[in-house]
Design a protein around this ligand. Structure first.
Ligand code: ZN
Length: 531
């Protein structure tokens, strides 16, 4: 033992810290390790840097350091140098296994620089004792971490007062307030989502919510805060907003980039996972819902009829601009509501105000005589399979598995389980995709009976959804009606239903061109109904 020993050869294993500024962390680590090796006359054979994601793996399976810990390289080194034991091993069990199964068998030593544990010295005989301490410390530290994580999570998911999303209700627990799914309205959110997935336009969903007296988010809040409820009507925009919002999925969000930019999801700094309340819509339904919303985006005008069924349905036949609703008093002081081209007072000179009731009577009367006896059908979307739901599910399983491996101190057979999931993900991604099937089912109602029972908001939503458009010019200019690129003359009329594609009619001194849009597709022969 008196001989000057040959310098020991070391493998330095570093691990990048997750969610922290990895560079500064590594600099400190590197300087400390370098200084240590210089002082102890240790020759560094190799330095490895594994990303933190591999920290969940046993050290011999980590991509960078792992290969050095194989039989091929055994003769090249003596020491494994770490900054801290917990950066080298997942837990105490991992450490003791590596020590007994590898280090003792192959006469390799472990050095932990910051903890000053050097198993190549006389101190090695105390290693057993240190191991026990390490184990205890490790377990205690994990307990603490988990406790801290739970605390942060609870703090972030608190409700701080103010507006809360539709479908949730604040409740108090201990000294703090939190949000939980509302006993009644959480179900309405699911109903909204399922309706849209089944093919109902969001405008009709909004109408139905109003009809059934479901309060809007603002009224739920009014009620909660003890203010009078205003009986607001639901709008298409609100329905769409709820069905697109991360809040509906329980994510806690933060307007980190200002109120105008979309909010970001709050991440628990410890687990790296999103902080989430109980979601109102599960992930499977969410995926289908987003696809359904994407496919009906053009119908989400967000315009409310407010008694004007022809808003964004009626257009100026001269310039193509939408007609807006206006009103004045006549000489007897009665209201005179009318529609008018947006540019009537500026650039669209020939256009005139059109009596609202006269125009609506002409349009509605012609629609009813054309299709009133046809039977109304409803769109049903029979979901196709583009595998997005199952792929998302596997994605979540992969995330969960990774997170568990980090925060619960490792998962047995982690790599085998991960490999199975990844293989399944690839297999399903490669499978052919089936598009959704859209089928129209009978409602057992004629268009007329439905129309007569519907209110203005529903009629408006329906006409918008069916792409029905109305163009108006003065009768003497009937030949000048602008059809805005939409060609209806070269298409065959619907032979099965005898429904015209368009109708030219009059309202007072105006010529009115009604394009039936896709109305014919939404109707079928009413023989069963009228017979
Ligand atoms: Zn005009």
């Amino acid at each position: 033992m008196g001989d000057e020993p040959a310098p020991l050869r070391a493998i330095v294993a570093k691990r990048l810290s997750r969610l922290t500024d990895a560079t500064t962390h590594l600099t400190t680590e590197s300087e400390t390790i370098e200084e240590y090796c210089r002082r102890k006359n240790i020759v560094v054979v190799a330095e490895t840097e594994d990303l933190d994601v591999s920290g969940g793996k046993p050290i011999r399976e980590r991509p960078k350091v792992g290969p050095w810990l194989t039989l091929d390289h055994l003769h090249e080194w003596d020491l494994l140098v770490l900054y801290k034991l917990d950066r080298g091993f997942r837990n105490h069990l991992d450490f003791t296994n590596f020590y007994h199964e590898f280090c003792e068998v192959h006469s390799k030593k472990i050095v932990s620089v910051s903890e000053d544990i050097d198993m190549s010295t006389q101190m090695g005989r105390f290693i057993a004792g240190i191991l026990v301490q390490f184990a205890e410390w490790e377990l205690e530290r994990m307990r603490q971490r988990r406790g801290d994580a739970a605390k942060v999570l609870r703090e972030e998911a608190r409700w701080g007062g103010g507006p809360f999303p539709f479908g949730y209700i604040p409740y108090k627990e201990g000294a703090f307030w939190y949000l939980k799914p509302h006993p009644m309205y959480a179900k309405e959110v699911v109903w909204m989502a399922e309706s849209v997935v089944a093919g109902k336009p969001p405008g009709v969903v909004a109408w139905s919510l109003t009809q059934r007296g479901i309060p809007t988010a603002r009224d739920v809040q009014n009620d909660f805060f003890g203010r009078p409820m205003k009986k607001y009507k639901w709008t298409t925009t609100q329905v769409k907003h709820i069905l697109r919002s991360d809040l509906t999925r329980g994510y806690v969000v933060h307007h980190a980039n200002g109120p105008k930019k979309p909010p970001i999801r709050v991440i628990d700094p410890d687990s790296g996972e999103f902080i989430r309340r109980a979601p109102l819509i599960d992930d499977d339904l969410w995926v289908k819902l987003q696809a359904a919303l994407d496919s009906c985006t053009k119908k989400l005008s967000g315009i409310r009829a407010k008694g004007s069924v022809l808003l964004e349905v009626g257009f100026c036949g001269y310039c193509g601009a939408p007609l807006y609703r206006a009103g004045s008093k006549d000489r007897q002081g009665r209201d005179y509501p009318y529609y008018l081209c947006k540019y009537a007072k500026t650039t669209c000179k020939p256009s005139r105000s059109i009596d609202k009731d006269g125009l609506e009577d002409a349009v509605f009367g012609n629609l009813l005589s054309a299709v009133g006896d046809c039977e109304l059908t409803e769109k049903r979307v029979i979901a196709g399979d583009d595998h997005s739901a199952i792929l998302m599910k596997i994605g979540h399983q992969i995330t969960d598995l990774t997170a568990q491996n980090f925060t619960r101190g490792g998962v047995s057979d982690f790599h085998a389980k991960m490999a199975v999931l990844q293989a399944e993900y690839e297999r399903i991604s490669a499978m052919p995709k089936e598009p959704p099937v859209i089928r129209r089912v009978s409602t057992g109602k004629t268009f007329r009976s439905w129309w007569e029972s519907a209110d203005d908001d529903l009629r408006h939503a329906y006409l918008k959804d069916a792409d029905v458009t109305v163009r108006v010019v003065l009768a003497e200019h009937a030949d000048k009606i602008m059809l805005s690129g939409r060609s209806t003359t070269d298409k065959a009329e619907n032979p099965a239903l005898d429904i015209p594609l368009s109708i030219l009619t009059e309202a007072g001194k105006f010529a009115v061109h009604i394009d039936l849009g896709t109305l014919a597709e939404q109707l079928q022969h009413a023989s069963a109904v009228t017979a």
